[in-house]
Design a protein around this ligand. Structure first.
Ligand code: G1P
Length: 290
């Protein structure tokens, strides 16, 4: 049973400056909810009850968001704003949420390594804090189902355009069942020529706890950082690991254009906004062509 998850959210968010200068990019709203709350809700819907967030300097707003705010609750209660009261109370009771600080930003592998004592000796999920996935079955639950079948680590995979492989960790592997790949190798952010496929790591993982031993052995790689992808590369040298082409749509909220697309897509899913937004978009598009 997978009950713990790690959400790394320590990075500076340099792709989102100046917005991320003094506020965490993970707190930027998608419609009316901070992006990271969607990530937590996905974990909770997947059966996770314990979440460790790896945060860094300037990320206190994330802690406060998941804490209770008694003054606000009292204010809303006195004004009879029951729906708002319920929505903010809910946030602090979603799961047991813990925080740890990544003291130096040494990469994703190093961020995950910060979780080793908290995780102990059990398999766990990783959900990148700047990646949202819209799907009917939460993508973490999809990965847990594959983990239950094979009892080995699993990463979510997404087919990307060949021209974009250098943004991602990319896998080499062979297909074993519908959407399931046995992985032979990983490469973090390869050039188009060096990419072994166009199957990219999509920001969701279920890992066995021996990953911590492999992270410890991992030398600095791409961008002079300790890469989780390089640690998984060491792991596949010794034991099986799987990739799962998940069912759903991924949104990277860490860069500007995708953030805007995510907001539009999520607003279009909202009944209270959909009609007005479509009319507005049609207008803007018509105007911009003039
Ligand atoms: C990280 C991982 C990469 C993965 C990507 C997905 O990169 O290192 O393997 O494909 O997330 O978003 P980042 O986007 O943090 O540079």
């Amino acid at each position: 049973m997978i009950r713990k998850a790690v959400i790394p959210a320590a990075g500076f968010g340099t792709r989102f400056l100046p917005a991320s200068k003094s506020q965490p990019k993970e707190m930027l709203p998608i419609v009316d909810t901070p992006a990271i709350q969607y990530v937590v809700e996905e974990a909770v819907r997947s059966g996770i009850t314990d979440i460790l967030m790896v945060i860094g300097k300037g990320k206190r707003a994330i802690e406060e968001h998941f804490d209770r705010n008694f003054e606000l609750e009292m204010e809303l209660g006195e004004k009879g704003k029951e729906a708002e009261l319920e929505s903010i109370r809910r946030i602090s009771s979603l799961a047991d949420i813990h925080f740890i600080w990544q003291k130096e930003l040494n990469g994703l592998g190093d961020a995950i390594y910060c979780a080793r004592h908290h995780i102990g000796n059990e398999p766990f999920a990783v959900l990148l804090g700047d990646t949202l996935v819209e799907s009917s079955l939460p993508v973490t639950e999809q990965l847990i189902n594959i983990f239950d079948r094979y009892q080995e680590s699993v990463v979510a995979l997404e087919e990307v355009e060949k021209s974009k492989v250098s943004r991602y960790g990319v896998v080499a592997g062979s297909q074993m069942a519908k959407d399931v790949y046995l992985i032979d190798d990983f490469v973090e952010k390869p050039s188009i020529e060096d990419a072994p496929s166009n199957l990219a790591i999509a920001g969701r993982y279920v890992l066995t706890p021996d990953i911590f031993d492999y992270i410890k052995q991992t030398a600095r790689g791409k961008n002079n950082e300790i890469q989780l992808t390089d640690a998984m590369r060491l792991l596949v040298g010794n034991r099986a690991m799987y990739g799962y082409r998940f069912d759903g749509r991924r949104y990277d909220i860490g860069n500007k254009i995708d953030f805007i697309k995510t907001n539009i897509s999520y607003a279009l899913m909202r009944e209270d906004m959909r009609t007005e937004l479509i009319a507005f978009l049609k207008d803007v598009i018509a105007d911009s062509g003039r």
